[in-house]
Ligand binder design. Structure first.
Ligand code: CP
Length: 306
């Protein structure tokens, strides 16, 4: 593949290959000297039209650890603010001869569109409610390291599935690797066609969490709710917030995940987020490793790659 636009374009073998190279990146990242020369001389541009803490910083660290020159485009200070379009911005950056552009955009499909207009590799760092493939890969790596496998595990994805590219990419990836995926959410926060993605739907946390190995919480994305359905935060936490009482329905060794950013006291209680079963910090560490694996894999396809 020249680009990474979504989990939908990956085979189980592609996914396993990326996870294996991410394991090597974890080892490199835990050394005192963290740098390799895999992408030396290459230029990576991070183009984020939406806010990000984890994804942007980990793509920057990942590129630098592989020896690339990384430029973070400050969209807020750019000529996009003067009305320059996405495609004109892409053509402008393309003329600077980057090797890889990492893009986050609020519109589903915008990253794929941009990929058609540039000569370099493009990585989707999140497009609207469509896909966030590196998040699903880092979640898979985190689960594999904690549980030793993905196949056969029962994973519950809970909360605002409707607005979540993280949920969509995770459902695709977990199904591809043989997990059994549940979603738990109120009907108002479920896409109409969610069952077609290969999940079992629950509308009650206690029932949905019974016997699960992995509990993945999602952020309530209030900024994407245009007044249509905005739940009361207090009511939402009561019914769908993960606290110790609801977590008790999962397997005794179940682990808890959240892609971040978290709304503490909205979808997850602080006791659980910071508790012994939380893998939230591991997810962040694995984020750097997975992004190194993705950049390295795409880098092998670049012209004149070693
Ligand atoms: N999980 C995730 O994508 O976080 P950021 O929005 O901070 O990048």
């Amino acid at each position: 593949h020249r680009h990474l636009l979504g989990v939908a374009g990956l085979s189980p073998a592609d996914i396993k290959g990326l996870l294996a190279s991410a394991e090597d990146a974890v080892s490199l990242s835990r050394q005192v000297e963290k740098k390799s020369a895999t992408l030396r001389g290459r230029t990576q541009i991070n183009l984020f039209f939406e806010n990000s803490t984890r994804t942007q910083s980990s793509f920057e660290i990942a590129g630098k650890r592989l020896g690339a020159d990384v430029m973070n485009m400050a969209v807020g200070n750019s000529s996009i603010k003067k009305g320059e379009t996405l495609l004109d911005t892409a053509a402008t950056l393309n003329a600077m001869r980057p090797d890889i552009i990492v893009v986050r955009h609020h519109a589903a499909g915008a990253v794929a569109l941009l990929a058609q207009k540039v000569d370099c590799s493009v990585v989707n760092a999140g497009d609207g409610a469509h896909e966030h493939p590196t998040q699903a890969l880092l979640d898979a790596l985190t689960i594999t390291r904690a549980k030793g496998r993905i196949e056969g595990l029962v994973v519950a994805i809970c909360g605002d599935v409707l607005h979540s590219r993280v949920a969509r990419s995770n459902i695709l990836l977990l199904n591809a690797l043989g997990a059994r995926v549940r979603v738990i959410a109120p009907s108002t926060l479920l896409p109409a066609d969610v069952e077609r993605l290969g999940v079992t739907v629950f509308r009650d946390m206690r029932r949905g969490l019974e016997g699960v190995d992995v509990v993945m919480m999602l952020r309530l994305q209030l900024e994407r709710m245009n007044g249509s359905f905005v739940p009361s935060v207090k009511e939402y936490f009561k019914h769908f917030g993960l606290d110790d009482a609801k977590l008790a329905y999962a397997k005794p060794d179940a682990v808890v995940m959240h892609p971040g950013p978290m709304n503490r006291g909205v979808e997850i209680a602080s006791d659980v987020a910071d508790g012994p079963r939380s893998l939230i910090r591991d997810q962040v560490e694995m984020g750097v490793a997975v992004r190194m694996a993705v950049l390295e894999t795409l880098g092998r396809r670049l012209p004149n790659a070693a």
